[in-house]
Design a protein around this ligand. Structure first.
Ligand code: FAD
Length: 520
């Protein structure tokens, strides 16, 4: 182990790169960020890089759920289901209560849902509750499921279609404030503890103990000597090692504005006609929008930087959910759509829907450890397994994994933060508490220093109809490695999910970047 200085901030590019570290981590999606935090908290010196940005890949296009693993239970994969439920409990109760919340979910027993299908759905929620209990997660965090009457269902979900509605099953799962925010927070926690975390830094090659990097902003290159390399490049993992083959599948979500389904603040599972246990989910978001997803389409050919949803997928999602709501959802209600690629290992099977979502740790003959598969919810366990493998293979001296009890930056009990938000003197302040937890003050103070503005200016929304406040953009540049407009609008905030809003926000992001760089 070599001694290291705390770096505390994520920075773009390769300037002041260390020449020698214990571990290089390739990719800063949720998996790579998790690996960086795991390794640095065991006492290793770490350089973790992303070719583009934090959460550039799949990790920003998820359903933003912290799953209890119900789906795996249904397909008999009890081990994965239990692992998911345990990791969900760790995130919600210990490491990230500030970035997660319990999400009530309804399976409406509508005319199209037969009684046996309804009974199966109810049994599924009960199974999910058993998983919660087996994982030791409190019913205060995730309440027990129950059957609702038709009247209770209508009260809880006013936009549902009511003809033939017999009631609903109500269950609970975890929801993230935002997936990219989770990744950014994990990466910032790693940087706080001394990891070198660099955005816009591509690994060009990794062979033996030498990693060649390219600064994507300046074109400069650098070589770093390392004792081990962890490849967490998601669907691109196979580009860096010959013996890993992936078979991605595309999942698409639609974005609807808050007014589309008025009064709905629970998730709704809309059954897919002809399937017994598959649903399209309508997911209310913290900013009031809805995501509707998701699909599962095999992807052939070269892997794009950013996957695009197809009109066929958009039409399919709208058709399925239309049957559940009184007001039909139309194409013009869709103000945005996004698609992500699941990094599934190629098992030679034909279907991607049934491919195991379990993660895999593979050590190549060159010594590079690749970690793929799994999901956002289980990132911590994936990171632990990858670091164990890398430490063992390279015979490094490292402490035990501590991440199950290591709160992420800004973590505090949910009640403490709710109390703080309720007492906030300004709606913008309550928003910062929601997105940064106990680090809301840190974010605001950093923004004051970087801008020279007063707090009221920084707590104001950046544009009409957009709830992001100015302080978020400043903090994104000063502490979270954002280097350009896309980093700010598509990852540090999610304004970019609605192209119309993004167009309004571009000049704002440009102004913030210029101010921090001293160009204004
Ligand atoms: C549609 C969809 C919905 C999902 N919903 C959920 C959900 O609700 N809950 C859940 O738990 N899971 C969910 N998942 C699964 C989860 O999103 C993924 O398993 C997870 O995000 C994968 O993260 P990753 O870090 O492995 O990959 P990525 O996030 O793709 O990160 C890989 C990174 O590597 C970088 N990279 C690539 N090549 C290089 C290089 N040469 N040098 C440097 N960097 C490089 C990329 O830029 C990228 O940022 C969903 C997945 C999909 C597709």
């Amino acid at each position: 182990m070599t001694a290291h200085q705390p770096h505390t901030r994520i920075t773009p590019g390769l300037a002041d790169l260390p020449t020698e570290v214990d571990m290089v981590v390739i990719g800063l999606g949720v998996t790579g960020a998790g690996v960086a935090l795991d390794a640095v908290s065991r006492g290793l010196t770490v350089l973790a890089v992303d070719a583009h940005d934090l959460a550039f890949g799949t990790s920003r296009f998820s359903s933003k759920l912290v799953h209890g693993g119900l789906r795996y239970l249904a397909s008999g994969q009890v081990g994965i289901a239990h692992e998911s439920a345990v990791e969900r409990g760790i995130l919600m109760e210990t490491t990230a209560p500030h970035l997660t919340r319990p999400l009530p979910s309804l399976i409406p027993l509508s005319a199209g849902v037969s009684r046996p299908m309804g009974a199966l759905a109810g049994a599924g929620f009960l199974g999910g509750d058993l998983l919660r209990r087996a994982a030791g997660t409190s019913a205060d965090t995730l309440p027990r499921p129950r059957r609702l009457s038709a009247a209770e269902t209508r009260r809880l979900a006013p936009p549902l279609r009511t003809d033939g509605l017999r009631g609903a099953y109500l269950g609970w799962d975890g929801q993230l404030e935002d997936d990219a925010r989770l990744v950014t927070t994990i990466a910032r926690t790693a940087a706080d503890r001394g990891a070198h975390v660099r955005t816009h830094a591509r690994v060009v090659s990794a062979a033996g103990q030498e990693v060649v990097l390219k600064d994507e902003l300046t074109g400069a290159t650098a070589t770093v000597t390392t004792r081990t390399v962890v490849n967490a490049a998601g669907v691109w993992a196979g580009d860096l090692v010959d013996d890993v083959r992936l078979r991605p599948s595309r999942g698409t979500h639609l974005v609807l504005r808050a007014g589309t389904l008025p009064g709905l603040d629970v998730a709704v599972f809309a059954p897919i006609p002809g399937e017994t246990n598959r649903f399209v989910l309508v997911l209310p978001q913290p900013d009031g929008q809805f995501y509707v997803g998701l699909t599962d389409e095999p992807v052939d050919g070269p892997i794009p930087d950013v996957a695009e949803p197809t009109e066929v997928e958009i039409g399919f999602l709208l058709d399925v959910v239309a049957a559940s709501f009184a007001r039909p959802l139309r194409r013009e209600d869709v103000v945005g759509a996004f698609a992500g690629l699941r990094p599934l290992l190629d098992s030679g099977d034909d279907s991607t829907a049934d491919l195991s979502r379990k993660h895999a740790v593979l050590t190549s003959p060159t010594g590079i450890v690749t970690i793929v598969g799994g999901k956002l919810t289980t990132y911590r366990r994936m990171a632990e397994d990858a670091v164990d493998a890398a430490v063992g293979h390279a015979r490094l001296t490292a402490g035990p994994c501590v991440t199950a009890t290591l709160p992420l930056a800004g973590a505090a009990p949910r009640e403490t933060l709710a109390d703080r938000a309720a007492k906030a003197g300004h709606p913008g302040e309550a928003r910062l508490v929601r997105r940064y937890g106990a680090d809301a003050d840190l974010a605001l103070e950093a923004a004051v220093r970087a801008s020279g503005w007063d707090q009221d200016q920084l707590l104001a929304p950046i544009a009409e109809g957009i709830s992001t406040v100015w302080a978020e953009l400043f903090f994104g540049v000063t502490h979270e490695g954002a280097a350009d407009v896309a980093d700010l609008l598509d990852r540090r905030t999610r304004i970019g999910l609605i192209p119309e809003d993004r167009a309004l926000a571009v000049p704002v992001a440009e102004k913030v970047l210029e101010i921090v760089r001293g160009e204004r």
